[in-house]
Ligand binder design. Structure first.
Ligand code: FAD
Length: 516
């Protein structure tokens, strides 16, 4: 096998190409000796005059068998198997459950939120009536924070495990095969709920269990070893081990562990704003004015050093919308999502500043929770600044840079609406000044990024967890309780759908190494 690369013009027509001669050249054989040609990676390249698809292909000889990237599952019936509790039905929890099925262990998933269908009503209530259900919304419920999301699947954490395993299970559940080859695979929030339902069908058909509406409020131990969990409803679930996959918004879990004197660590995170442009502007900048309607809406990824600190774009959603991802009444948290077509007229991303432990001395009194308390304060302040009712305090980028309140607001995708405010007054100076510096750098990288037609909205604060639940590097077992396996974004070891899923798989494999 030899890999080779070709470029083909992006076209409105479905084109069929024959790369036999290129494959023969790559293999150094005559075209008759070329077997299958498989697509490894497809990306859009807009760097030169002609916008092209860049295809990375694999050429196989006639007698070679192409490598299969799809990974077949080997689920076992676990009805009478030892039970392992999984706290949280987000990507980490669900993928841990699928792996337990392969290991012949029964996953018992305890989820504070609702099933993905019922969850839709709470999502509607946040947007239309500004009612935040603290157990069900954009972050909590079946599928976790990864469901009413953008569904971007690219990850840099390839060393963590086999990304194709995660993609294979998503394809089994209804995602397009193209996620295996797209350089920036994406699913979309219109498809993700069905995928979660399908995965639940698989897990329960082999004997796994889901318990919705059960918020874990205590972890029961005997002699420092895990025994079971207690829920707010009064139910108790016992198991041989606990996979703790409650996500970065489950602050009550951090507080629970801390109240028991168990170890936690502070961890840096990033905080800033969401920026929303017209997608047509981003297309025009990224495609150098040559965008055609049949081309995918353009993305961007920006990084800058501002006064010695990293400022970067986060979770960019082309053709997406802004959503209120608050998990408690009285706080405002923004995030972005899109559907599979990515066809809204807006483009948004978080523009965030890295924050390190020790950056905010006035919060030092909260010990390991100092960054979490800081994060929480900014979210409450943003809510108040917006006048309550989840309206987002917002400002044109140009006005933010000049420190003046915007008189009129451009249109926005954010359904609860915006209130004109000076974000320089809301955000601490060490953040707002770096955001300013970075905006000028970004505008040099993407001419037109600073425009009076784009909005900055506060606040993007849940980029990752400001707390880590420490675990043994080898066994992945929690340093506080034996047979507890913290994983995913809430444990501070992952960030994003795929990396959390991989971390969940690793936690399940670690459980599988225990005598049960
Ligand atoms: C709007 C939005 C858009 C996003 N877009 C993307 C994207 O495009 N690509 C990407 O990679 N990432 C995206 N993310 C981030 C991604 O969703 C998370 O990184 C990922 O979901 C983390 O997975 P997890 O399983 O570790 O935790 P979570 O997904 O947070 O899941 C944790 C689960 O635990 C449950 N839980 C919490 N506390 C308890 C308790 N006490 N008892 C029982 N259950 C509990 C929660 O209800 C939740 O279902 C987005 C997030 C949001 C909010």
């Amino acid at each position: 096998m030899r890999e080779f690369e070709v470029t083909v013009p992006i076209s409105s027509k479905e084109e069929r190409y024959d790369f036999r001669s290129e494959a023969a050249k790559a293999l150094g054989v005559s075209p008759s000796k070329v077997g299958e040609i498989t697509l490894l990676r497809k990306s859009v390249d807009a760097r030169s005059k002609q916008i092209v698809y860049r295809l990375r292909l694999q050429a196989w000889l006639v007698d070679e068998k192409p490598e299969e990237r799809y990974i077949c599952p080997d689920f076992k019936n676990v009805v009478n198997s030892p039970e392992v509790i999984i706290a949280g039905a987000g990507p980490a929890g669900i993928f841990a459950a699928l792996k337990l099925l392969e290991l012949g262990i029964k996953p018992v998933i305890i989820e504070r939120g609702k099933d993905v269908h019922s969850r839709k009503y709470d999502i509607a209530a946040i947007n239309r009536e500004q009612i935040v259900n603290p157990d069900s919304g954009y972050c909590f419920g079946e599928g976790g924070a990864g469901t009413f999301s953008d569904g971007k699947l690219y990850t840099r954490s390839v060393k963590r495990g086999n990304v194709y395993e995660v993609l294979s299970r998503l394809i089994d559940a209804g995602a397009s095969n193209s996620i295996m080859t797209d350089s920036h695979p994406h699913i979309g929030t219109d498809v993700l709920p069905k995928i979660n339902e399908k995965i639940r069908e698989v897990i329960t058909s082999y004997g796994g269990e889901y318990h919705f509406g059960e918020r874990i409020t205590d972890i029961i131990t005997e002699g420092g070893v895990f025994k079971g969990v207690k829920c707010k409803s009064g139910s108790q679930f016992n198991g041989k081990a606990l996979i703790l996959a409650t996500g970065h918004s489950a602050r009550d879990i951090y507080k629970l562990l801390s109240s028991k004197g168990l170890p936690l660590e502070m961890k840096g995170f990033a905080l800033g704003v969401r920026v929303e442009h017209q997608q047509s502007l981003i297309n025009s900048i990224q495609y150098h004015g040559r965008y055609q309607p049949f081309m995918p809406n353009a993305e961007y990824s920006l990084v800058a050093q501002a006064s010695g600190r990293g400022v970067f774009s986060f979770c960019m959603c082309p053709g997406g919308v802004l959503v209120p991802a608050s998990t408690s009444p009285g706080e405002l948290v923004l995030n972005g999502m899109s559907n599979s077509m990515r066809n809204s007229k807006w483009a948004n991303s978080g523009i965030v500043v890295s924050i390190n432990p020790g950056d905010i001395p006035e919060f030092d009194k909260y010990g390991i929770f100092s960054l979490l308390e800081f994060q929480s304060k900014i979210e409450v302040d943003s809510f108040d600044f917006g006048g309550g009712n989840l309206k987002a305090p917002a400002q044109r980028i140009t006005d933010f840079l000049k420190g003046r309140v915007s008189e009129r607001m451009p249109s926005t995708s954010y359904v609860p609406g915006v209130l004109s405010a000076d974000l320089n007054e809301l955000l601490p100076k060490f953040i707002s000044s770096r955001l300013k510096e970075a905006m000028y750098i970004f505008d040099r990288k993407m001419r037109g990024f600073i425009t009076e037609d784009s909005l900055m909205l506060a606040t993007e604060s849940r980029t990752s967890s400001p707390v880590r639940i420490p675990r043994d590097a080898e066994t992945l077992e929690y340093l506080g309780i034996e047979r507890v396996f913290p994983c995913g974004e809430g444990a501070g070891y992952a960030g994003g759908i795929v990396s959390s899923a991989l971390d969940g798989i690793n936690a399940a494999l670690a459980v599988g190494r225990l005598p049960l």
